[in-house]
Design a protein around this ligand. Structure first.
Ligand code: UDP
Ligand code: MG
Length: 321
């Protein structure tokens, strides 16, 4: 198998058929040596029904891995990578925001450039609101300064990987997965290819501002222990300041006999200190929570059903069960 195309799907009943048709058109003859690996991430609409129909009707190699519930896109990507059989594996969204024509470009590039191990598409012009742009820029600056890995800004998980990269990614056993970080962590030579994001073919985005914030925060936790160091530094700094303050109070009382005044000062100091303490405990708690998830060792996803089309290879007429 030359190419595996992983397509995570969550409530994409309106998109999957369109995606299939567009991909078949874009890949042309290459479809004979390509598998489309749809991961149904516990969709609650008719996505699985549509995928089953595609499996029955298609002359191409279509595989469907259906989860028992929604486990999230990260789990879907992991399932895709561990089931992919191709020499090259690509990840693409089902909603046609990422055009399948780029799959051909990425494949051609990797075939022509053996020195590169993966191609990652990035948005040259990001079509987002100003606030979202600002928040994302800030996130990349923070993660850049807090970790040793270099995450290319605007690079998505729309990628094509050689087998060696897929194997390296699969060798990471962690459950709290942050793909953008993992792609960067495994290294290898990556070529960044510009692409233009299209409008969604159907349905709606599963991300909102808070989900993105959570994802960003867990990304920082997964790849850096600097937040812990920062909270320790804050603790040390506040300790030093409080010693200074105490000295000032003692000296003032001894020399000028000033009574200890300042209820508001006391209040604000108390609030500041308990705020910093709670923040630090919160940060610590996040690491413990991730640790807890890792030690439980639960699988990242549960597969309920697996299907495969009895496709016929175009050139040979061979029929695979
Ligand atoms: N997706 C998924 N599981 C989820 C959320 C999303 O498999 O829990 C899939 C979704 O079906 C789509 C891709 O991940 O194919 C990207 O999701 P979406 O289009 O909502 O993200 P956006 O393009 O808005 O960043
Ligand atoms: Mg999308």
């Amino acid at each position: 198998m030359l190419l595996s195309v992983i397509v995570p799907c969550y409530n994409e009943e309106g998109s999957v058929r369109l995606f299939y048709e567009e991909t078949v058109r874009a890949l042309g003859d290459r479809m004979a040596d390509t598998e489309l690996l749809f991961i149904n991430d516990g969709s609650r609409d008719g996505t699985l029904r549509e995928l089953k129909k595609l499996c029955e009707e298609s002359v191409h190699c279509i595989r469907v891995i259906s989860f028992s519930r929604n486990f999230g896109k990260e789990a879907a990507l992991l399932a895709g990578l561990s089931h992919a059989r191709g020499d090259f594996t690509s990840i693409i969204d089902a909603d046609l925001q990422q055009r399948p024509e780029y799959l051909v470009q990425m494949l051609d590039f990797l075939l022509a450039h053996p020195e590169y191990d993966s191609v990652a598409c990035y948005q040259q012009e990001r079509k987002e609101g100003a606030v979202m742009k600002l928040v994302k820029d800030a996130f990349y600056k923070v993660i850049d300064s807090m970790t040793d890995i270099k995450i290319m800004q605007s690079a998505s998980d729309f990628r094509m990987l050689r087998r060696c990269v897929v194997d390296a990614i699969l060798s990471l056993p962690e459950r709290c997965r942050f793909s953008k970080g993992i792609f960067a962590w495994v290294g290898f030579e990556t070529y960044y290819m510009p692409y233009v994001v299209e409008k969604r073919a159907a349905g709606e985005s599963k991300w909102n501002f808070w989900k993105l914030m959570q994802y960003a925060f867990s990304g920082i936790i997964a790849f850096s222990d600097k937040p812990l160091i920062l909270s320790s530094i804050a603790g040390i700094a506040l300790f030093a300041i409080s010693i200074l303050l105490m000295l000032v109070v003692v000296v003032k009382t001894l020399i000028w006999g000033d009574p200890v005044a300042g209820f508001p000062t006391l209040c604000s100091l108390l609030l500041l200190l308990s705020g910093v303490q709670l923040l630090s405990v919160g940060i610590l708690g996040q690491y413990m929570a991730k640790n807890y998830t890792e030690t439980k060792g639960r699988p990242m996803y549960v597969v309920k059903e697996e299907l495969e089309s009895g496709h016929r290879m175009k050139e040979t007429g061979e029929h695979r069960e």
